[in-house]
Write a protein of this length. Structure first.
Length: 261
């Protein structure tokens, strides 16, 4: 773990981050502003357990992600993300897989094209670049792409966010092409409320198409968490995400740190 943390710190310093307000999965229409940066360090730790043909399969893993966002105009951001992932799979207590490493890099542009009366709309196209080792399950091996439509509605002290997304996954390995769907849709809804000075409570739910061709149960989740503003431009967050159905990971613990400058 020390090695993983050190690696991600080096990545952050090198790039010099941000999606929606972590720990939310759903993005918002907010932007950095012309010439401003945001840097995030986000982490997640996952646990999943299933029984298949009488065999107990347990999978644990996680991700540390460095995310850099820069405002090229007041309503347009460029966002770069680079994750470090690890996973371990056990069958009846015996380790059958244990991998870790850099995963695929993401490059996105978020453009807020409408804003008025508390309602704002944005579009976020993006690509993922094959930085991970597909042989270890750490990436697709080919460039993939996607787009998301983002809606934010603000009614103080509340804010609501809706995402509708599409991703086209391209795979290098034949076995991945045969096992996985390429076209993935995503829908999610989030809410946040300021309950005290510098403290926001957040909630999130969503679903996306199952990438596994062998399953027609689409992963669905529910999430709860909080965001605390330590000072102006510095936020820390914590959340717990739980699977609503068997296709989703049983539970995930999320924590992050965001700094704007």
């Amino acid at each position: 773990m020390i090695k993983k943390v050190f690696t991600m710190i080096v990545i952050v310093l090198w790039y010099g981050a941000a999606f929606g307000a972590h720990p939310l999965i759903t993005d918002d229409t907010g932007s950095q502003g012309r010439g401003k940066f945001s840097i995030e360090m986000n982490s997640e730790f996952t646990h999943d357990k299933e029984t298949e043909a009488g065999i107990i399969v347990k999978e644990t893993g996680g991700e540390l992600a460095a995310i850099l966002s820069y405002g090229i105009t007041d309503n347009t951001d460029v966002v770069i993300g680079l994750p470090y992932q690890w996973s371990r799979v056990k069958e009846d207590g015996e380790i059958i897989s244990d991998e870790d490493g850099i995963s695929d890099m993401s490059l996105e542009v978020k453009w807020r094209f409408f804003e008025g009366d508390g309602l704002s709309l944005a579009v976020k196209p993006g690509i993922t670049l094959p930085a991970g080792d597909e042989e270890k399950g750490l990436g697709n091996g080919r460039t993939s792409y996607g787009v998301a439509l983002i809606t934010t509605r603000e009614i103080e002290p509340w804010a609501f966010h809706l995402n509708l997304g599409y991703t086209r996954n391209e795979y290098k390995l034949k076995e991945n092409k045969e096992a996985n769907r390429k076209d993935i849709w995503h829908v999610s809804l989030a809410a946040e409320a300021e309950v005290a000075k510098s403290l926001r409570l957040v909630a999130n739910t969503g679903m996306e198409r199952n990438a596994d061709k062998g399953s027609y149960t689409h992963p669905a989740f529910i999430l709860g968490g909080l965001i605390y503003s330590v000072s102006e431009g510095l936020d820390v967050d914590f959340g717990v995400k739980a699977g609503i159905n068997k296709s989703e990971t049983d539970y995930t613990v999320l924590a992050g740190l965001a700094r704007g400058f």
